[in-house]
Write a protein that binds this ligand. Structure first.
Ligand code: NAD
Ligand code: DAU
Length: 338
């Protein structure tokens, strides 16, 4: 199986490449990544050597139709796994343009290339945020209407609709995954869990948006990776599949857990101005994935958090390099006046 995986130098992509190379010996991967601020080539260092003939990297932009034409002409892909995206909600509030370019236009360019070059299956990695926000009750099901609330989630929802249109109009075999909040190794430190672990380990303040009572459904990244492969192998064309962690937590619970694990007290907690349009709660009903694919999350939250915190403590140089670069100016912009 010849796989084109986009966004493989980001958080989930890095973990998915490793998962596939270890668990799918007859899959070959071409990792296509633009290496934006979130893409880190160090994450995939050594894979060409460790898996001879099974892994290659190409730096390219999914929204560049000429580049995609060249890449799709030079190789016959059985499967495209599209993870490339701008992924951070706060950045989409600051500047939506690049989100539309990559998350919408980029997907259209990839879909056109997939149709033209007769790719056997296209899998779009989407998100639970396309459903909008829940109140205290209920869960997201695949048959809910989409109601995205941020420029990020609106762009992701647009991509889901494009995938649907290409299935119906061009007969493309395509599937969509919608997953909840991931955590684990290699997550960029702008996201809640790595940001809080790193700040706590440095004795810096932990900026909690609003009252800290917003709820997310946390899934360990390996479970998401297994889910993506299960949907690629067994999902029905034109269908979307929810993947979730069955671990709803208020943000403040997570921050307190991190403080406790790092031996810090609550004096580091700082409540800051809320995120505009902040979705209150996400929770996934993944019974369709369970029934059709035999998939459910396997890593419980305490185990996943233990592994994740340990990874960040053991891999200081990985995040120190990130913190010493452009990320510093982002952090100042985002948190200085909150
Ligand atoms: P990330 O920001 O860590 O990584 C994104 C990767 O895409 C980076 O390597 C970046 O260089 C690359 N990229 C960005 N623009 C590109 C372009 N134009 N062309 C080629 N490559 C480009 O993101 P992530 O958290 O790993 O998320 C991966 C995917 O999973 C995204 O589509 C995201 O919407 C989705 N998702 C994420 C989560 C989560 O909790 N992180 C949950 C559900 C779905
Ligand atoms: O639900 C899936 C989505 O999860 C993915 O599609 C996105 O790509 C991913 O970034 C993530 O989005 P969130 O906005 O939920 O994740 P984030 O880590 O930015 O924030 C999680 C929660 O923590 C959210 O309620 C906002 C809050 N938060 C976040 C940061 C960065 C804080 O309170 N303080 C912070 O400094």
């Amino acid at each position: 199986m010849n796989v084109l995986l986009t966004g493989g130098c980001g958080f989930i992509g890095t973990n998915l490449i490793r998962y596939i190379l270890e668990n799918k010996p007859d899959w070959k991967i071409v990792n296509l990544d633009l290496l934006t601020y979130a893409g880190n080539l160090e994450n995939t260092l050594g894979l060409e050597k460790a898996y001879p003939g099974r892994y290659a990297f190409i730096r390219a932009d999914i929204a560049d139709s000429r580049a995609m034409a060249g890449i799709f002409s030079s190789d016959a892909f059985d499967l495209v796994l599209n993870l490339a995206a701008e992924s951070h909600v706060d950045r989409s509030i600051e500047d939506a343009g690049v989100f539309i370019r990559t998350n919408v236009l980029g997907v259209q360019v990839l879909l056109d290339a997939a149709v033209k070059h007769k790719v056997k299956r296209f899998l779009q990695v989407s998100t639970d945020e396309v459903y909008g926000s829940l109140g205290p009750e209920g869960k997201f099901r695949e048959d809910l209407p989409m109601a995205p609330n941020s420029p990020y989630s609106a762009a992701k929802a647009s991509a889901d609709l494009l995938v649907r249109a290409y299935v119906h109009t061009f007969g493309l075999d395509a599937v969509v995954t919608r997953c909840s909040n991931n955590y684990g190794p290699y997550q960029f430190p702008e996201k809640l869990i790595p940001l809080m672990v790193i700040n706590a380990s440095q004795g810096k303040e932990l900026p909690v948006y609003g009252d800290g009572k917003n709820i997310r459904d946390w899934i360990y990244v390996d479970d998401h990776c297994r889910g993506i492969v299960a949907v690629a192998e067994k999902g029905r064309t034109g269908e979307a599949y929810n993947l979730g962690g069955d671990a709803e937590k208020q943000n403040i619970e997570i921050v307190r857990l991190i403080l406790e694990r790092l031996g810090r007290d609550e004096s580091l907690l700082r409540y800051v101005k809320d995120r505009p349009g902040h979705d209150f709660r996400y929770a996934m009903d993944f019974s369709k994935s369970e029934a059709e694919l035999g998939w459910r999350p396997e890593v419980d939250f305490p185990t996943g958090m233990r592994k994740t915190i340990q990874w960040y403590l053991d891999n200081r140089t990985w995040w120190e390099k990130i913190l010493s670069g452009d990320y510093q100016s982002y952090y100042e912009r985002m948190y200085a006046n909150r």
